[in-house]
Design a protein around this ligand. Structure first.
Ligand code: N01
Length: 535
């Protein structure tokens, strides 16, 4: 006789970012008894934790928002690439409009989760104390919930202030007059640098690899303009699902090698002037698979950027003659005045390839080339992407297996949503799904719809437990690896390859096509959720 229990909830969602909030909306509307928990004080996910100066999104309006009509019809943005404060306000608007608050518990961190096989339910520990039970566990914590700080010797000896960009104090930090050391020149580092350069007495950037940043071409938006544009929103939201990156358009059908130099440069220039990430996702078809095509794009980028660097000593460091990695195999960030700040007297650049950091001292960073005095260190050093946040929740599935053990030899997952030995758990925006390659809300909605349909199907079929089969999981994991091997991504030491964390297995951690992913997930659903063992 079954010992199946009646848990407190049908589903518990972890994370109040784009994925978690969308799932909550869908599951509540489908009649499930659902709870959303998040450690943060407010919804917003990444936009809660990354409240550093200058943090703003790199997908333009209206790509980066929900397609839910009652939400977009009643919302107006002020800028084409909104900043974190406006994005946080948007999340309040979403939760108010959809009336989600009664099902949300902010300030509740999952500190443990154990699956009870016989009862077919999860026991979740919140804030190390209270336990709640649920049939389905749905982590939706994004790829960047676990900050990475390199273990430089002496880190704790520093007597000034130090913060990771993703743990920036909610009350803010006054940067004016400070001697700031900024380690890391990824998207976060670029955004902090542009702001810090305005008022720091000294800003020193510690660069290991130059970022290949693209012009944002920011614009102010008006209510009237947006009301006009809203006529096209439904079509734009639909188009997002049919592109490789979840944006409104994708790469051309034409190879960069098929056109002559004039035509090639004209398209590059068009993308440059349009701004945003278009130079990455709306470029020639072979940008990310052919070295020669990629090199054309890099050379165009390099020459554009070099024209903006006034200090001849910095030209080779910021925009090298030879590409540090194929263009676009590390995510390009968007910049507004990044290359101009280096002309300011208060901004310096340290080349960590030539002079690596040897120690953090009480009032300075010591490198092989000398000491740089500072009273604030900003670690813009990235994330344990995809893996770290899941591991930190201390989730244990069947056979006493933890997520950390399951992923010891590399990430594995079926459909980028389920792991064998972890029944009744589906994660959104996780590894081996398009997440890091996708415009956020697009993937959040695709996976949210799919997960909701699956749980409705389970309910309709009076099924109470699913689990990804080991064979299906291995097949998906191998397929993502093979897709990666056809691209240039493996040539960069990026977080896309898990190569930013010492000791991690080198593997492409995201599925490289949103539209391809949609087709595969639909096929699995239409085939009775093939690959899942269902009870
Ligand atoms: O992190 P990153 P991020 N010693 O991993 C350096 C999204 N995002 O927070 O390149 C010295 O990209 C590292 O150097 P290297 C976006 O998807 C979006 O900036 O490894 N340096 C690199 O320069 C993005 O891709 C926005 O040689 C060390 C930096 O730290 C993702 O989040 C804004 C080091 C880390 O760059 C992550 O971006 C912000 C060491 N030991 C983030 N270890 C938007 O615009 C690392 N570094 C929406």
């Amino acid at each position: 006789m079954s010992k199946r229990a009646s848990p407190d909830y049908d589903a518990v969602i972890v994370g109040a970012g784009f994925s978690g909030i969308y799932l909550l909306h869908k599951l509540r509307n489908a009649g499930f008894n659902v709870l959303l928990v998040d450690a943060a004080a407010e919804p917003g996910g990444i936009w809660y934790w990354n409240c550093y100066p200058g943090a703003r999104v790199d997908s333009q309006v209206p790509i980066y928002e929900y397609s839910i009509p009652e939400v977009w019809r009643s919302w107006t943005w002020s800028e084409r690439f909104p900043g974190w404060k406006e994005l946080r306000a948007y999340f309040q608007h979403v939760c108010n409009t959809l009336k989600l608050w009664p099902m949300m518990r902010m300030g509740a961190r999952v500190t443990g989760a154990n699956y009870e096989q016989e009862a077919q339910q999860w026991h979740l520990q919140l804030n190390g104390e209270e336990t709640v039970t649920t049939r389905f566990l749905l982590p939706a914590i994004g790829f960047a919930s676990k900050p990475h700080i390199p273990d430089f010797p002496g880190i704790e000896d520093f007597e000034g202030e130090w913060f990771h960009t993703a743990r920036w104090p909610q009350q803010g930090v006054d940067l004016s007059g400070r001697k700031i050391a900024l380690i890391g020149t990824g998207a976060s580092g670029v955004q902090v640098a542009q702001e810090a350069a305005k008022s720091a007495s000294k800003l020193t950037l510690f660069q290991r690899t130059p970022i290949l940043a693209l012009p944002m071409q920011q614009q102010k938006l008006t209510k009237e303009g947006q009301e006009r544009d809203k006529q096209d929103y439904a079509a734009i939201f639909e188009a997002r699902k049919q592109t490789r990156g979840g944006f409104e358009s994708q790469s051309l059908d034409v190879s960069a090698l098929e056109v002559d130099e004039k035509e090639r440069k004209a398209h590059f220039e068009y993308l440059w002037q349009k701004g945003g990430l278009r130079f990455w996702y709306h470029n020639f078809s072979d940008l990310l698979i052919n070295r020669e095509a990629n090199r054309y794009a890099y050379d165009f980028w390099r020459d554009k950027v070099r024209a903006r660097i006034s200090d001849p000593n910095l030209v080779e460091l910021l925009a090298p003659s030879e590409p540090p990695h194929p263009f676009g195999t590390k995510r390009p960030s968007l910049e507004q005045c990044y290359y101009e700040i280096f002309a300011q007297d208060n901004v310096d650049l340290v080349d960590l390839k030539a002079t690596p950091i040897t120690r953090i001292k009480p009032h300075a960073i010591e490198t092989a080339g000398g000491e740089v005095e500072c009273d604030l260190i900003v670690y813009a050093t990235g994330f344990d992407a995809g893996r770290g946040g899941m591991v930190d929740m201390n989730i244990t599935g069947t056979n006493d297996l933890s997520v950390s053990q399951a992923w010891e030899d590399g990430l594995r997952a079926y459909l980028g949503m389920a792991i064998a030995d972890f029944p009744n758990m589906l994660f959104a925006y996780g590894p081996l799904s398009p997440s890091g390659f996708s415009n956020g809300p697009t993937s959040a909605e695709i996976q949210g719809d799919w997960i909701c349909d699956f749980l409705v199907w389970m309910r309709d079929n009076d099924s109470h437990q699913f689990e990804a089969s080991a064979t299906a999981e291995a097949g998906w994991t191998e397929m993502v690896a093979q897709a990666g091997a056809m691209t240039l991504f493996p040539e960069a030491n990026s977080w896309y390859m898990g190569a930013n964390i010492p000791g991690r297995k080198r593997q492409l951690i995201n599925f490289p096509s949103v539209s391809g992913y949609v087709a595969l997930c639909e096929d699995v659903a239409n085939d009775g959720y093939r690959g899942f063992i269902i009870d």
